[in-house]
Design a binder for this molecule. Sequence first.
Ligand SMILES: CC(C)(COP(=O)(O)OP(=O)(O)OC[C@H]1O[C@@H](n2cnc3c(N)ncnc32)[C@H](O)[C@@H]1OP(=O)(O)O)[C@@H](O)C(=O)NCCC(=O)NCCS
Length: 187
Amino acid sequence: MEIRTERLHLREFARDDWRAVLDYQRDPLYLRYYPWTERTEEDARTFVNMFLGWQSEQPRRRFQLVIVRDSDDRLIGNCGIRRKRDNDWEADIGYELAPDCWGHGYATEAAAAIVDFGFGELGLKRISSWCIADNVASARVLERLGFQPEGCLRHNEYFKGHWWDTLLYGLLSDEWRPALENTQTEA
Ligand SMILES: CC(C)(COP(=O)(O)OP(=O)(O)OC[C@H]1O[C@@H](n2cnc3c(N)ncnc32)[C@H](O)[C@@H]1OP(=O)(O)O)[C@@H](O)C(=O)NCCC(=O)NCCS
């Protein structure tokens, strides 16, 4: 599966993508809001292999796609949409980008495409997401797409010596207004 947007294309993971993933996942800026303190080759291979496994699900419930920038054909991150087990109408989304590519609207562009795929091709009623409350950039991506805040789980994560709050967000199909034209999905 492949989705094209104005500046990006989202494609299925390939086995060798672990190198590009590791390049950015070992950056301390990337690691800030994750429990991980470092990432190794084995971690990156395991990460990619998990998404390769999702590609053969029948029927397919989870899609995690690499984000490639058209201008230089570079793998700059990934994003995904995952239907819940035993629930065909709800899924959650997630995304991550290489820190040197932050602040250009790429995450919003990629996430808009994956949300559009969820409400369109998958026929979802509801899409949810969550982020660590301090992760302002991640919350802003969701808010820009029209996700509504649905609550705050106080101190529900503990890592790196801190308690962290988690924000929950949700978007319903009849609230979705595709923000971006020129988004195309190819089977
Ligand atoms: C979250 C993340 C994907 C955002 O990527 P991005 O491409 O920089 O996002 P965008 O450029 O689309 O920006 C989205 C909004 O966040 C804002 N933003 C970006 N970085 C910010 C920061 N450090 N502080 C505050 N706001 C920030 C942008 O200004 C923009 O808001 P605006 O339109 O009101 O100006 C990126 O920071 C990332 O990969 N972080 C590490 C992984 C991660 O946390 N993933 C999410 C897990 S829940």
